[in-house]
Design a protein around this ligand. Sequence first.
Ligand code: GLV
Ligand code: GLV
Length: 323
Amino acid sequence: YGPRVVATRKLLPESQARLEAQGFDLVQWKEDASMPRDLLLKEVKGADALLCVLSDKIDKEVFTTAGPQLKLVTTMSVGYDHIDLATARETETKIGYTPDVLTDATADLTVMLTLAAARKMKQSVRAAETGEWREWRPDWLCGSQFTNRTLGVVGLGRIGEAVASRLKAFGIGEVLYWGRNKKPVVEAKLNAKLVSMDTLLADSDYIVVCCAMTPDTKELFDYEAFSKMKKSAIFVNTARGGIVKQDDLVRALDEKLIAGVGLDVTTPEPLPIDHALFKFPNCVILPHLGSATVEAREEMGQMCIENIVAALDDKAIPFGLRL
Ligand code: GLV
Ligand code: GLV
């Protein structure tokens, strides 16, 4: 037997074929569902590498159950808030992830949600399909456009930059951003300005959340934050559901504090179909599809495989976090 590699999901066809050709002692959950927690804990015992996805909770119990031979946890995602990094540091387990290759896909989807919320797509599709569409009317389902409007980017990283540069092509005027670090190079490219959260909330017509979920950004968007936005503001989150205090968002929509919302991420995922957020015609919700292109998902699989091969060879992994 080769080294024991546990994978909690199947990959897309090309990367899956490559994974199977590696000669690993491969344990893979092949159902079209998440690997049950108890099975993950059973299979990970004695594993040399673990390939996971963002819905797997990789906590201390997983690391300790696996044992000291575990060299790598590699996640098929750019986010890694589901992985206990403190324990990874203690156990000297390498952590791999998949940045860059999903930037375009995720930025495209963020623009799609921003347009969908701004142009009332959910109401419009419903109207067309339900017979509510009686005639062309001058004032019917009118949304807002981007020309000379202000965009607020929360987290001007790879994805935030790609969203801003796309929306500039749609005519966005000023780009404001908020984040931990000043980004002089990106600022110059986009003519973007680092501002306080209060300024971003008050001055932006469109607010897109593209930051990682950390203790600093958890529940950053609460009732107070929504209260500070323009009544005409469009709010889009394609990062992590936990960055929004969801009950407060429901209240903000009830009170019409903002004009439209686009979400690709929620708490929990999946969001129960009877959840209050689904009842708002001006809140478009997608089932966490940011990186869902064949191109991005195949590349993400390939990066996971390259990380596994390197880690099993005791080499530095090509797509890893510095712990
Ligand atoms: C998706 O949410 C990712 O982190 O890749
Ligand atoms: C709309 O269809 C227009 O012709 O203005």
